[in-house]
Design a protein around this ligand. Structure first.
Ligand SMILES: Cc1cc2nc3c(=O)[nH]c(=O)nc-3n(C[C@H](O)[C@H](O)[C@H](O)COP(=O)(O)O)c2cc1C
Length: 158
């Protein structure tokens, strides 16, 4: 049985890359064979993988176009799917961010089995409130999520 896991991401500000790296490291540490790919370089064919973890940021209310391209691949439908989003909205309202930016795409491409999560993105320096927290990233949340993914993949294999 094929048991390769793809972690692919598209980032503009760097948050999705940091989360993707933590996720890939955690999955690897839990015994999975992981390939990590930056979608800025190429859009991988997902057929070689059985688990696909896809991450993107959002700007001006839109997730990144190249990221959406992977979602459109027919082959993705048979995969064990996990999507994450890095966004400003998720700093205070993670579930709103999921419902606003990820759920409509999952519904559009009819990806019923997907597991969705949002993580707090990076706040551009000029937007950071003077009295606000500058460091908004929560890498430990990505680690926890990846640990759950690893258990699910292992349960499925058993
Ligand atoms: C120009 C710009 C527009 C943004 N627009 C949104 C937005 O519409 N909604 C949101 O939740 N976050 C928004 N953000 C915050 C980003 O989602 C956040 O910076 C995140 O880290 C982006 O992911 P990335 O760093 O992987 O590119 C915006 C950030 C920038 C710089």
């Amino acid at each position: 049985m094929n048991s390769k896991t793809l972690v692919a991401y598209f980032t503009k500000g760097g948050a999705s890359e940091e989360y993707a790296k933590v996720i890939a490291e955690t999955l690897t540490a839990n015994g999975l064979a992981v390939e990590i790919r930056n979608l800025a370089h190429d859009v991988p064919d997902v057929t070689a993988f059985d688990t696909v973890v896809l991450g993107t940021g959002v700007r001006m209310g839109m997730v990144y176009r190249r990221w959406r391209k992977v979602m459109k691949q027919k082959a993705i439908r048979d995969k064990h799917l996990f999507f994450f989003l890095s966004s400003g909205t998720a700093i205070e309202n993670p579930s709103t961010a999921v419902e606003k930016f990820l759920r409509p795409l999952v519904d559009k491409y009819d990806l019923k089995s997907a597991s969705l999560i949002s993580f707090p993105g990076k706040t551009p320096e000029k937007w950071a409130k003077l009295d606000g927290e500058k460091e908004t990233m929560k890498l430990e949340k990505a680690k926890e999520w990846a640990q759950k993914i690893a258990s699910q993949v292992q349960d499925k294999r058993a």
